[in-house]
Design a binder for this molecule. Sequence first.
Ligand code: 13P
Ligand code: SF4
Length: 342
Amino acid sequence: MTDAVSVQNGADRLALREPMPRAQAEPLSREILDLKRELNAVILAHNYQVPEIQDVADFVGDSLGLSQQAAKTDADVIVFCGVHFMAETAKILNPDKTVVLPDKDAGCSLEESCPANKLRELQQSNPNFWTVAYINCSAEVKALSDVICTSGNAVRIVAAAPPDRDLLFVPDENLGAWVMEQTGRPMTLWRGNCYAHVEFRRDGILRLRRSFPDAKVVVHPESLREVRDLADAVCSTERMIDYCKTSPAKQFVIVTESGIIHRMQKECPGKEFLCAPAFDVMRMPSDNCRCSECKYMKMNTLGKLRDCMKRLAPRIELPEDILKRARLPIERMLEISARPQK
Ligand code: 13P
Ligand code: SF4
């Protein structure tokens, strides 16, 4: 299988974005590695970043792994290849370090769905609320929250919440609904979603299942329930990779952003990964359809990564009080995640 995976499945052809040509990527990558040494920088990249960024990063992982790395780095500069809220989290954990990201406009539909003033209003409606915020939210929202979670630890975090409090889960209603199913704990859910994951539909997955009956279906919990219900495993991006590594199966239908396929191919030789179609049968364009991509994650390019290291900008700056207040719920999350598993 080459880097440009294509899945031939009836009338539909799903193609991964072509990787940057080697002749273009190599000189940029060399420059980036030189800058990294000069700056004493660490490059952290999310699993959805383009392959050429993943390949120069010091660490590639999910939101939990990236926060853990940010919490322990001794680099002077953190170069965060992900979306804005991820770089903000790194800054909150490292207020005295320089944190840059390749494109400051790399946002997130979940973050946008939950403005801090609206959250404050809702919180005021019930003084007994205990707010669990998915890490995909702004620093202001983190500062209003009691604890942060990621898709990798949400079940543990909610299970550890005080039993006498009413739980308010923001901003992802799909992740929240899945966590309620797993823990049996009722929660008030904020009505936000990931614009990319809600494009996966039952019909498209069922069709792939029929064509590849032995394939395991691995789904991110930001997906709709109709899709989660078809899954062999529902988990964070990092656990998806672990699942594919350890499963005896040879084929997997991957229901998340297609950038993850790069690591899966590198780390699971001999296995085949099928990108789930991002639209249902009726809405799917027949020929040039791509596997699901997050337009925000894909704003970062190798060229912009080099530029942000050269200019040390765009840089994350946050007001002092937000930095202080947002840190506590993140540290609470890291502490709960570090507890030995029962
Ligand atoms: P993970 O923490 O599972 O990598 O998820 C991050 C994300 O933004 C998913 O859309
Ligand atoms: Fe946000 Fe969805 Fe993109 Fe993840 S995939 S960063 S949740 S918009």
